[in-house]
Write a protein that binds this ligand. Structure first.
Ligand code: R2B
Ligand code: URA
Length: 336
């Protein structure tokens, strides 16, 4: 079957040829798994139970398939960008209106999930910018409803990004990490989720071509380094991330350091709280996805986030700059 990869960073040398969800290589990479897209690139939901629903209520988004014309509202979305906080994702939406020179730049941007109150979702041009809260359960609740939203809206080949914050390993605070894979708290490259009383272990792999493309857009003129590396997703900010400064701690500083060392030996460059599940679920849905985070500290140097609010606010823009560049390039190619 014919390749259906986007050509966003055209002819960049050394980059893998196809996305993992490319139609032409799907069977090789996912033997025995049905292709989760329709011929036009829209998402095919592989859950037959959904066909029995008269109306599907996307509860946490405050939307449903009966009262809203989802294709009219979201059919042109190409980039779904998520990050922890509502404020940051509103900033990102504003930033994208400027960067893409959209007609609504400078206007107030409306939160589309205002009935639900749980998350915030903004749409500007082809970009959906959504907050997901802290940790895997909060993020996956949102992510799964957004996957359904994109399927119902008939958005074509959407690319998902997580723009986030993290702790770094042996890189200066303020660096950007583009994730190559996720690692769970037991140092396994899987997202482990109990289903009907049994744990499923889903591979936490990210699309190599996409992270190479995103990384290739970093520039020597940037005020920060951009690295590719593995990302540990912890289910806890304190002991789960080998911190010594939580309310509980029964291990020594040398135990902590040897754990962090085993992480670096595995190629892990940063620690946050969603990467495994984000990579596993987007992969299961056949969606191209990438995780781009800024490091707030070097965990080999300490545990507390001590930089000023001004510095941290400035650093939080860095993943947005990197992802924004990618989106701008795509839009530029469309015009050409
Ligand atoms: C990074 O920062 C948050 C915790 O402070 C969490 O959502 C994450 O992954
Ligand atoms: N977010 C995390 O999960 N860990 C950190 O150390 C910093 C931000």
């Amino acid at each position: 079957m014919k390749c259906d990869c986007d050509r966003i960073t055209v002819n960049k040398g050394g980059i893998k040829e196809h996305y993992d969800n490319c139609r032409s290589t799907w069977n090789e990479l996912h033997p025995g798994k049905p292709f989760p897209k329709n011929a036009d690139g829209t998402i095919k939901l592989l859950n037959n139970h959904l066909q029995e629903l008269d109306v599907d209520v996307l509860y946490h988004l405050g939307l449903d398939t009966h009262n809203y014309d989802l294709p009219a509202m979201f059919g042109d979305v190409k980039f779904v960008c998520m990050g922890g906080t509502k404020h940051r994702m509103r900033e990102f939406a504003h930033y994208m209106t400027e960067l893409l020179d959209l007609p609504n730049k400078g206007d107030k941007i409306v939160n589309l999930t205002k009935h639900s109150q749980r998350y915030a979702m903004y749409k500007v041009g082809p970009v959906l910018s959504i907050s997901h809260g802290i940790g895997i359960p909060s993020m996956t609740t949102l992510l799964q409803e957004v996957i359904k939203l994109m399927a119902y809206a008939k958005a074509k080949d959407p690319i998902f990004f997580r723009v986030g914050t993290c702790g770094g390993l042996n890189i200066p605070a303020g660096s950007v990490v583009v994730s190559a894979f996720g690692v769970n708290g037991n140092l396994e490259k899987t997202y482990d989720v109990p289903v009907l009383g049994k744990t499923r272990r889903l591979p936490a792999i990210l699309d190599r071509r996409l992270y190479e493309e995103v990384h290739s857009l970093s520039s020597d003129a940037d005020q920060f380094g951009t690295y590719i590396g593995g990302t540990m997703a912890a289910d806890d900010f304190y002991r789960g991330q080998a911190r010594l400064d939580g309310p509980f701690c029964d291990y020594s500083e040398s135990d902590k350091m040897s754990f962090l060392k085993s992480l670096t030996n595995l190629g892990v460059r940063n620690i946050e709280m969603e990467a495994t599940a984000f990579s596993a679920f987007t992969r299961e849905a056949g969606i191209r996805a990438s995780i781009v985070c800024v490091t707030f500290l070097d965990r080999l140097q300490g545990d507390q986030v001590t930089h000023s609010k001004t510095v941290l606010t400035e650093w939080q823009k860095r993943p947005m700059i990197v992802v924004g560049r990618y989106i701008a390039k795509y839009c530029e190619n469309l015009k050409a």
